[in-house]
Every structure is written in C-alpha cells, then in structure tokens.
Design a binder for this molecule. Structure first.
Ligand code: CAA
Length: 379
C-alpha cells in the first residue's frame, strides 16, 4: 500500500493544476453566467493529452492509468466543475465502453478520435421516464437491412450538442419478460439524429446538458457496441467507472471551496483576530479538510482497483457517495465562512455550492449508490 503519488502522477497533477489555474479558472465565472463551453477549451485540454488519459497510445491516448485520470478531473474541478464534467463524460462514459467493448475497427475509428480530442464524446441512457430505473427505457432500435433504425429520445445528456460521438442504449426486443437492451455508437451527423432542449441548470452551467432525439435515425449495424442484448450490462459497467470520475469531481469542488475558505478566514478580521483563529471557524475548516481527505482516499482507491483489475463497482459507489456528500457539506460551510460575501458572485464559493449539488444526483443519485453498496453487503 502506498499513500504517496508517483513522480509521474505528481507531474501530471502539477501540469493540470497550472493549466486549470491559468487557462480554466479565469473564464469559469463568465462561462457559468453565460452557460457556454467553448470548443477551444476542450482543444487546449486535448493538446495537453488530457482527452484520452487512460487509453493506450496505440489508440491515441496518453497510456496512463485511472489514478492519473481522476487526479486530472479533480484538478480541473478545483477551479471549474463544468470543465471537469465535460472531460469526465467524454472519457468515462463515451471512451470507456468503446475501449472495453469496441471491436478493433470501432476503437481505431472512434476511440482514437476521442482520445486525441478530435471528437467529443457523450453517453445517452436516461429518458424522461427512466432515471434511477434505467432499465425502463423506451427508445427502440429495429433492424432494417444492414442498419438499425433508432426512435426515441434521451434527456440530461452531458456534452449534448458539443459531442460528435454518442454511446446510446436502446431496446432491440421487448417481447420477453425483460426488454433486450443494446448499445450503439451514434455520430451526431447521422440522419435522424438531432439535439433537443438545452437545460437551464442550477450549477455546472458552463457544461451543456441537452435532450437528444432519434427520428428514424439510421445507424449501421457495425456501430452496435458489444453484442445484441448486452446493452444494460455495458451501461451499468460504464457507470461504475463514471461514478468514480464524479467522485473525483466532487473532491475537486470541495478542495477548491476549502482553499478559498482558508484564504479568506486567514484574512478576514473580526473581533480583532482573523476568523481562522477563532475556534468556531477553525474547527469547521478542520472538519472540511478531513472529509475531503477521506473522500480522496476512497476515490483514489477505486481508481487503483480499476487499474489493477480488482472489482471496483462497490468502491466507486462508496467514493461517489462519500465525495458527493462531502462536496455539498464543504461548499455549504465555505459559503458560511465567507458570510454575506460568500452569498455574492464576487467570490467563487457560491458557484462551488451550486456545482456541488449535481454530484449527489448524476451518474446515480446518492440513494442509488446506497442501493448498489447495500446489495454487495446483503447478497
Ligand atoms: N456491472 C455489470 N452488470 C450489472 C451491473 C454492473 N455494475 N449492475 C447490474 N448489472 C446486470 C445485472 O447483473 C443483471 O444481469 P442479469 O440480467 O444477467 O442478471 C442486469 O444488469 C440487471 O441488473 P439489476 O436487476 O440490478 O437491474 P435493476 O433494474 O435493479 O437496476 C440499478 C439496477 C443499480 C438501480 C440501475 O438501474 C442503476 O444504476 N440506476 C441508476 C442509473 C444511473 O446511474 N443513471 C445515471 C445516468 S448517466 C449520467 O448521469 C451521466 C451524466 O450526465 C454525467
């Protein structure tokens, strides 16, 4: 067991931290306000090799491990949660299933384009009536010659509209007791694909979240990902890793909020002393730092498990559960440390607090994480 980062991981951390502080942080508030995510920002990340951190070099990736990936997500989230989720959905939710289940041709065509950052990826599972009950989807895919014809729509799609490649799940046969679900790789310029309503959100406002619509969308059968009927399993396994990306995002948001709160508490003088040296605030900061460290350890552990081939479904669910709740607690307390100033947009902590909330909701609500964990304990 090793609790210190390797030189390679430290170098990546420093590189992403500098990039985040110099290139991402300066525009974070403005992008949050305007609800925009410029493609150039993604291109800059790609230039640094961040678009395919865990994918082998033969597919255009950086050939690093999942620990490197979560470190990068954490560093981005420390200044801008939106930027971190754009990269997280791109990597965990689009890259991972193609890397794991794609044919060699699919990997050369799609994973390479994602890993080099030439294309942006997204994942389409959720529908209006199927959120936590992900299996209850209605989107269908019917065989027609050498193609599948997709009909239906998906909602809350991170990277909707900016993505070029979508990993999508659809029902290929609903005649049995349980519908047969299959995964497909859909390109944004396929006939019958369109982007619907863009959500106006409380937080992560710079990252686009949209509906995607399939109206007789023609997808070549060669774009089926994995086997017929394997879709639900692929969707669930994809989320196992994705949840750890969200845990890393939550750790980053919390760390950003703590850093801001510590700096402010050291400067802010009330009753003739910096508030950091008054026990009510000092203890608060200590609790915040401790919860972040525990969350980080769970997150790094799940990433190491994934790299080493150790089952990580429960570990990821625990990491997200702990880190999501920590992000919410820490950001709320950070606003409290700032007092009235924290409630204004003059400081980033109100944005961190709004951004933190989604980490308790997406890629499985906290209740779903508890369901996953409890099933491991009781089955
Ligand atoms: N790995 C592999 N297989 C899995 C699996 C996993 N982690 N979880 C389930 N499966 C398999 C089961 O083994 C079972 O297979 P068999 O039929 O062969 O037995 C099959 O899938 C069905 O499993 P369940 O009976 O457990 O399915 P369920 O209907 O009870 O649902 C659930 C389980 C955990 C509640 C699941 O529906 C779930 O995770 N829901 C939450 C969905 C979610 O996280 N959505 C997030 C949307 S994406 C998003 O938020 C992205 C974003 O924008 C950033």
């Amino acid at each position: 067991m090793n609790f210190t980062l390797s030189e390679e991981h430290k170098m990546l951390q420093t590189m992403v931290r500098q990039f985040a502080e110099n290139e991402v942080a300066p525009t974070a508030a403005e992008r949050d306000e305007n609800e925009t995510f410029p493609r150039e920002l993604f291109d800059q990340m790609a230039e640094l090799g961040l678009a395919g951190i865990p994918w082998p070099e033969e597919y255009g990736g950086a050939g690093m491990d999942y620990l490197a990936y979560v470190i990068a997500i954490e560093e981005l989230a420390r200044v801008c949660a939106s930027t971190s989720v754009v990269l997280s959905a791109h990597t965990s939710l689009a890259g991972w299933p193609i890397y794991t289940y794609g044919t060699e041709e699919q990997k050369q065509k799609y994973l390479r384009a994602l890993a080099t950052g030439e294309k942006i990826g997204a994942y389409g599972l959720t529908e209006t009536q199927s959120g936590s009950d992900a299996g209850n989807m209605k989107t269908t895919a019917k065989k027609d010659g050498d193609d599948y014809i997709l009909n239906g729509s998906k909602m809350f799609i991170t990277n909707g509209g900016i993505a070029d490649i979508y990993v999508v799940f659809a029902i290929t046969d609903d005649s049995g007791d349980r519908p047969e679900t299959t995964a497909f790789i859909v390109e944004s310029d396929f006939e019958g694909f369109s982007v619907g309503k863009k959500e106006k959100k409380m937080g992560i406002r710079s990252s686009p979240t949209t509906e995607i619509i399939f109206e007789n969308c023609r997808v070549p059968a060669e774009n089926m990902l994995g086997e017929l009927g394997q879709g639900f399993k692929i969707a669930m396994q994809t989320l196992d890793g994705g949840r750890n990306g969200i845990a890393a995002q939550a750790v980053g948001i919390a760390q950003g909020a703590l850093d801001a709160a510590v700096d402010y508490a050291k400067e802010r003088v009330q009753f003739k002393r910096p508030i950091a040296h008054q026990q009510g605030i000092g203890f608060k900061l200590a609790d915040m730092a401790t919860a972040i460290e525990a969350s980080r350890l769970l997150t790094y552990q799940a990433a190491v498990f994934e790299t080493e081939g150790v089952p990580y479904s429960k570990a990821s669910a625990m990491a997200k559960l702990m880190a999501g709740d920590t992000a919410m607690m820490v950001t709320t307390e950070a606003v409290q440390v700032f007092g009235g100033y924290g409630y204004t947009k003059d400081y980033p902590v109100e944005r961190f607090m709004r951004d933190a909330k989604i980490t308790q909701i997406y890629e499985g609500t906290q209740e779903i994480q508890r369901l996953v964990i409890s099933r491991f304990l009781t089955s």
